[in-house]
Design a protein around this ligand. Sequence first.
Ligand SMILES: *[C@@H]1O[C@H](CO)[C@@H](O)[C@H](O)[C@H]1NC(C)=O
Ligand SMILES: *[C@@H]1O[C@H](CO)[C@@H](O)[C@H](O)[C@H]1NC(C)=O
Ligand SMILES: *[C@@H]1O[C@H](CO)[C@@H](O)[C@H](O)[C@H]1NC(C)=O
Ligand SMILES: *[C@@H]1O[C@H](CO)[C@@H](O)[C@H](O)[C@H]1NC(C)=O
Length: 301
Amino acid sequence: MASSSTIRYFLNQGPSLWLLVLVWTVIFSLTESAITIQLKGEAGGNVTFKCPVDNKRTVSWFYFQRGDVFLNGYHASRTIPNPILENTRLEPNSTHVHMFRLNISDSGMYRCIIQYNDIITEDKIQLTVTAPYSKPTATKSCDDVRCLVTCASYGGYPGIKVEWIIPGSRNTNSPPWKVENNTQVSHQSTMLVDSSSTVNFNCSNGELKNLSCSVGNVTSDLFSVCNPEVKPNSYTPLKIAAPCVVLLLIVIAVVLCCWHKKGQTGKDCRENGNKEELKYLKELCKKEGEKEDPVDDFNAP
Ligand SMILES: *[C@@H]1O[C@H](CO)[C@@H](O)[C@H](O)[C@H]1NC(C)=O
Ligand SMILES: *[C@@H]1O[C@H](CO)[C@@H](O)[C@H](O)[C@H]1NC(C)=O
Ligand SMILES: *[C@@H]1O[C@H](CO)[C@@H](O)[C@H](O)[C@H]1NC(C)=O
Ligand SMILES: *[C@@H]1O[C@H](CO)[C@@H](O)[C@H](O)[C@H]1NC(C)=O
């Protein structure tokens, strides 16, 4: 090796020169590993670690490691049992490592260690794996005096708190609302986080409009609170039932009327039971009930 004869030469020159070589080597190594490359990926996606390499020199071996754990790489003269980390592939004749199906747990510092003929270099690559949060949804639960609104977003990383966007709320010292809680729950296996918050709105000052909530850079649809007209539960069963009840009363009235008329005239009034006459019939029935007078022109065409 060329370097060993150089070292021997320096050794013969005395300790001060030898020290100079050492210092030079340390500074050189430090400059080689001074940069940390930042790499970003998304959970379930892929990334490529492009370990910096000096193409003018011959690579003896390349180790891609996490701490002291060998993950992938190659050796010019020895065979390395193929890749240890199942979701990595090495690009042929290169120091580029592809990593597939990223997990949050793949985040961390990776080391690119390259042995050339005369020197070993190391570069660090910091991988950050994130996951996008779902669009937050707001669910309301209101009574006459207050509204509890829960805003929730799922499956993101890292943990981010829910932000409430309430127009005009900065202008008051005591806003008519209070954040009950703001929690991040992390799933043990995937490390993905569900973020949610509940706010208690005091409805005595009336409606609040154009509210929204956000988690990171995803924002919910606009919504309003303390507005009885917009409340989804204003469609009470009573409102739906009311027209049915009216219809039923009309039918009963008609049936009763026909029955009554049949007794009086012997004719079935269903023959004339035109739908447009239903209301008229009902009124006639009422009159008949009051006066007991036979209505002669009832059967006229
Ligand atoms: C990741 O790489 C695999 C294999 O090449 C490919 O099938 C997949 O579509 C890639 N996924 C993304 C999100 O790029
Ligand atoms: C937050 O507060 C609301 C209202 O008090 C409650 O219903 C909900 O369970 C709480 N959520 C958490 C995660 O503690
Ligand atoms: C990613 O995480 C899932 C769920 O914990 C696990 O089943 C899978 O083996 C992990 N994948 C890798 C490549 O570590
Ligand atoms: C709601 O606000 C009104 C007026 O600002 C106040 O009198 C009332 O005590 C508040 N209610 C609650 C439950 O805080």
